[in-house]
Design a protein around this ligand. Sequence first.
Ligand code: SF4
Length: 358
Amino acid sequence: MSEEFPFDPVEVSRRLLAWYGNEGRDLPWRQTRDPYRIWLSEIMLQQTTVAAVIPYYERFLHQFPTLPALASASLDEVITLWAGLGYYSRARNLHRTAQQLVAEQGGAFPESIVALAALPGIGRSTAGAILAIAFDKPAPILDGNVRRVLVRLFAWMDDPRSAQAEKQLWAWAEALTPEDRPHDYTQAIMDLGAMVCTPRAPDCDDCPVQKICQAFQKGLTADLPVVRKKPKIPVRQQVGLIVCSPDGFLLRQRPPEGLLGGLWEFPTLDLPAGLTAEQAGARLLSDLSLRGSLKKSGEIRHAYSHFKLELSLFKVDVGSAEKVAESSEYRFCSSTELEHLPLHGAHRKAYNQLSNDH
Ligand code: SF4
């Protein structure tokens, strides 16, 4: 055995497949080989836990049971169903991919890594998962769980996110993926990472690959993967206005592309240097060509992936606001409409807080 490959790769799949037969998870997307359903589950599971995904997956399939059904929906319908799951570019990419597959491939998924990875929102690992799980083809995957398992299995001692690690881990992932039963193997290694070789306190005593795991052999399970220093997350301060008129609440829809694209929100402004929150709120109100007195309504703190938001909110009652209502990005919405619109996290919290105060 070479130093780089300290055990027989066949041993890994043999042990994992035997374990998976008894211990594998019974998940809703495991009842099917339909590539549409497998793809949907894989996209939803990116950066999201199984427990959070299950109700969304079921609601989504109830409304869009097939790829053509999703392709013919409006983006607003898709984003509304996605609201709360986060990372909204995933919803936009799902919609674009569905439309592209229906228009160009007659609604069929391609059966190669290169063609799958060329679709919006599908990276190499997701392409591998679709090929292996839906089509039983031996394609490697390297999602977060599998990356951790391989780092420990081979005792990789450097930053697991470096370019060098990326190359090495993919090579190992490929070498371990068997020609026989890639569908089961892929789900088995995913399950091992999720259930046994967990980020903290891996359950090595019950691990089917303990005998060949290099981290276990060397007493390194608590030290791997090596933790990278996380960059400090910036804090963004904003002021927001909850403008109430006889026509409802004033909201605007964010542009379709970019951060939180397509989601709805109350009017907001980044807090300008040298202004208090109240002064900034008054400026925002004037920018909207509205008049009224600002009443402090609360503070919301919300963490997004790349920043933390501190939002100071003011409530303003206005008589009529036709000028703003005519502007395309703003709209007055009744509270019933607002309940169903996809608001982004901080603003949903703000609205809930307001409703609870009344
Ligand atoms: Fe992970 Fe422990 Fe199994 Fe190694 S022995 S793969 S560290 S659970």
